[in-house]
Design a protein around this ligand. Structure first.
Ligand code: IPD
Length: 285
């Protein structure tokens, strides 16, 4: 079957529908107080996964497979259980069933169902559903970014002393990494900036940049599934994506800066220490 750009719209509409369904599952788990059922840890003692993460990822993958049987997947929980993290040229769904699992476990109300779609290794569209807030963020290359149908536009601020910066502490508790995070944060805070925030979800931080309420988000240690969907929402809202080195962003590198413009990005990047966690697409040993 030849898969045209309109075909990608079908895929995006499907993603919006399945993200809403996933949100129902997440809200039901919150209401039934079973959000911490079967909490396990992954790469570190504070990198959490729950039964709901696994169930939501399966719901999304199974429903997409029925409609688009030839497409490929990169899913957070599938990769954790040993599947390769490969972005080929084929249509690929990049899924984080619950971005903000720690928030979910603790009842902190910012969790995003993230579904990105890449073709030829380029993210074509992204859907981020803020499940507790019931807000649907969407972005498609060349067609704009929206929240519940309302067009999104990044902040026009160019004075770094008047911005809000979002970042996260991640789940790596290696003291050297924590020191690097704090040295960077100290430099950002003392520029000074108006404030530093963190929603506990990389994707929702990026949606805040697209909304214009936060000027910049940076983090080292994120994964491709945390940021792929939101990446196109940021760029379609007029924002820029960069690496923490200031170079081009590489979604597998585990480093990202999402900003309202290059002026703000450059001033914040100057404050950041660059380090390199193991890439998402590293070859298995
Ligand atoms: C995490 C969240 C968190 C960020 C971590 C991510 P998860 O994703 O986005 O805010 O600091 O780097 O891994 O594990 O909840 O999907």
């Amino acid at each position: 079957m030849s898969e045209s750009r309109d075909f990608w719209q079908d895929a995006m509409d499907h993603a919006v529908a399945v993200a809403r369904k996933s949100g129902e599952m997440i809200r039901a788990a919150v209401q039934n107080q079973d959000r911490s059922s079967l909490v396990q840890t992954k790469s570190s003692a504070v990198d959490l996964v729950t039964e709901t993460d696994q169930k939501v990822e399966q719901l999304i993958i199974q429903s997409v497979k029925r409609k688009f049987p030839t497409h490929r997947f990169i899913g957070e929980e599938s990769v954790s259980s040993g599947e390769p993290c490969v972005l080929s040229l084929d249509p690929t769904w990049i899924i984080d069933p619950i971005d903000g699992t720690t928030n979910f476990v603790h009842g902190f109300p910012f969790v995003g169902v993230c579904i990105g779609f890449a073709v030829n290794q380029q993210v074509e569209w992204g859907v981020v559903y803020s499940a507790i807030e019931d807000k649907m963020y969407t972005g498609r290359k060349g067609r704009g970014a929206f929240c519940d149908g309302r067009p999104l536009q990044v902040s026009t601020q160019t004075d770094v002393h008047k911005v809000i910066v979002a970042t996260e502490f991640g789940s790596d508790r290696n003291p050297d990494v924590v020191d690097k995070i704090f040295r960077s944060l100290r430099k950002v805070l003392t520029l000074p900036v108006h404030g530093v925030r963190g929603a506990g979800s990389a994707a929702l931080n990026m949606c805040s940049v697209a909304l214009g309420s936060v000027e910049l988000y940076y983090e080292t240690g994120i994964h491709v599934w945390d940021v792929a969907a939101a990446s196109v929402i940021v760029t379609e809202a007029g924002g820029v994506l960069l690496d923490t080195t200031g170079g081009a962003v590489d979604l597998m590198s585990r480093r990202i800066v999402a900003a309202n413009n290059k002026t703000i990005a450059t001033r914040i990047i100057e404050q950041l220490e660059v380090y390199s966690p193991e890439r998402d697409d590293r070859l298995p040993e």
